[in-house]
Design a protein around this ligand. Structure first.
Ligand code: NAD
Length: 292
């Protein structure tokens, strides 16, 4: 697929960061976009910005933890807008867990899994029947993370666990849609190659009350890439970052080239993935990765 003109792209978590950049990149390539997000204020701002840029843009309030919310989004895309050729299961959060794993608040686990894992499963369940039934070539892009899919950072086990689970869903779905004649192409998008400057560190802005972090529960206190940069500098390490627009362009290129793995990596991260894989095969202790 290399012609996005007039096609409809649905993006969950599309009102910030990677999702917002995807919306602009897709609109820039001629697609119509349907941006879905739980953050009403950011959604309104994104809609106005897309319209000001001349895009054909629709927005919809959507909570990916709620299957019926995604069912309504899919019905809107197919019944009202005539079908979708691109679906990005992109919404994600970080719980800000800190310290020993056995001391984390249960709600940190639950919220992160509800959005990152169940959000992807709910999106797949809501859209796959429509995409298969539609019959035209379509693309389902699942946003994962090398953090969890390939590497296990000792300080973010909740986030990593969700993304390890998401990788299994993406890869299994790839196999299940690989039969000849299946119109749906599955892609796994790994934002990077560096930490991407988005709102992810400040996910608590959209954290619902039912998953509230209890007072006094361990928290990183990091609310932005700049906070992380300062912390790393205090330990004598430099943080490099990637702009989300770069991730969006990589996603479009990956779709054009028909690649499952949309995986920009630094040479340091690539070496760490190799080292972990070699340790598995050699049955030696897993090496701890560092942000690269
Ligand atoms: N930032 C990075 O370095 C990085 C690296 C690897 C993977 N990712 C992944 O990229 C994806 C996008 O995150 P981002 O970095 O752009 O962060 P972001 O916070 O800028 O964007 C995430 C969006 O998801 C929305 N969202 C949160 N909960 C939701 C819910 N229940 N329903 C619907 N929308 C919801 C937020 O409102 C926000 O607009 C996530 O899956 C994240 O895990 C990010």
């Amino acid at each position: 697929m290399d012609d996005f003109t007039g096609k409809l792209a649905v993006i969950t978590g599309g009102a910030s960061g990677v999702g917002r950049s995807l919306a602009f990149a897709l609109a820039g390539a001629g697609a119509r976009v349907l941006v879905a997000d739980v953050d009403a204020t950011a959604l309104a701002e994104t809609r106005a910005a897309l319209k000001a840029a001349g895009a054909t843009a629709h927005t919809r309030a959507c909570d990916v933890t709620d299957p019926s919310s995604l069912g309504e989004l899919a019905a809107f895309a197919f019944d009202a807008l005539g079908g979708a050729q691109f679906v990005f299961a992109n919404a994600g959060v970080a719980s800000g867990e800190a310290g020993p794993l056995w001391g984390y608040a249960e709600n940190d686990w639950k919220w992160c899994f509800e959005v990152n894992f169940w959000g992807v499963v709910n999106t797949v369940n809501a859209f796959m029947p429509w995409l298969v039934e539609q019959g035209d070539e379509s693309h389902l892009v699942i946003t994962g993370s090398a953090n969890g899919a390939f590497l296990v950072y000792p300080d973010q086990p909740i986030y990593s666990a969700t993304k390890a689970a998401v990788q299994v869903v993406a890869e299994a779905l790839f196999h299940q849609t690989s039969a000849p004649g299946n119109p749906v192409h599955v892609h796994a998008l790994f934002p990077g190659p560096h930490v991407v400057e988005t709102g992810l560190f400040n996910s608590s802005r959209v954290r619902p009350k039912r998953f509230a972090k209890p007072a006094g529960a361990p928290d990183t206190g990091i609310r932005s890439a700049d906070d992380l940069r300062r912390l790393m500098e205090a330990f004598g390490t430099k943080l490099e970052t990637t702009h989300p627009d770069e991730v969006a362009q990589a996603a479009l290129d990956g779709i054009r080239q028909g690649r499952f793995w949309i995986l920009p990596l630094t040479s340091a991260t690539e070496s760490q993935i190799k080292a972990r894989t070699e340790a598995i095969l050699a049955r030696t202790d897993p090496p701890a990765p560092t942000i690269g």
